[in-house]
Ligand binder design. Structure first.
Ligand SMILES: [Zn+2]
Length: 166
C-alpha cells in the first residue's frame, strides 16, 4: 500500500472517530471503506488504551469499577470484590484478544460476568491498566486481607504434611 493510501485511510479513520464524517457517506470504493473501518476500530482501541491511563480516564474507570459495572470476583471468599478489565495483548489487530477480569484481592483472572464484556476486544484495556489503577487507587481493594478456605474433616484441620493441605 502506498503512503498516500495509508494517509487517506488514517485521516478518514480519525475523522470518523472525531464524529466529523460517517463511513457510509465516504465516496470511496468498498475495499477502501473496509480498510478504513478496520483502521478506525484499531485506532479507537489504541486511543482507549491510552485514555484510560490518563488521570481523567483512570478516575472514570475507577468509578465504573467501584459501581460494579465490570462485575465482581466469582470467588466466594472475595465477598463481591469488584474486578478490573484485563487482556494479555495490546495489539488491537489480534483476533484472539479475550477480555478477562482481574480480581485485585485474590489476584485471579476470570471470564467477565457480562456477555458484552466477553465480546469486547480486550486490547481496549491491555495488560498494564490493572496494575496502574491499583498503584494509583490502592483502596480499590475492599478488604486487602486474602481469605483462604481451610478444609477440615470432622472439625479437624488436615495435617500440614498431607498432600491435601492447602
Ligand atoms: Zn477474587
Amino acid at each position: 500500500m502506498t503512503v498516500d493510501a495509508e494517509k487517506l485511510i488514517f485521516n478518514n479513520a480519525l475523522s470518523i472517530i472525531e464524529n466529523q464524517s460517517e463511513l457510509e457517506d465516504l465516496e470511496l470504493n468498498i475495499d477502501l471503506k473496509l480498510k478504513i473501518k478496520i483502521k478506525t476500530q484499531q485506532l479507537y482501541c489504541v486511543l482507549h488504551q491510552r485514555f484510560i491511563q490518563t488521570p481523567k480516564g483512570m478516575e472514570l474507570m475507577k468509578q465504573k469499577i467501584m459501581k460494579g459495572d465490570i462485575g465482581c470476583c466469582p470467588r466466594v471468599l472475595c465477598h463481591k470484590q469488584t474486578v478490573i478489565p484485563y487482556c494479555e495483548s495490546i495489539d488491537p489487530a489480534n483476533s484472539e484478544n479475550e477480555t478477562m477480569v482481574y480480581c485485585p484481592k485474590c489476584k485471579g483472572l476470570f471470564k467477565p460476568d457480562y456477555l458484552k464484556h466477553q465480546k469486547l476486544n480486550g486490547a481496549h484495556f491491555g495488560p498494564y491498566f490493572a496494575g496502574i489503577l491499583m498503584l494509583c487507587y490502592p483502596k480499590i481493594v475492599l478488604n486487602p486481607k486474602k481469605e483462604v478456605h481451610i478444609p477440615k474433616i470432622y472439625g479437624f484441620k488436615i495435617h500440614k504434611e498431607s498432600p491435601l493441605h492447602p
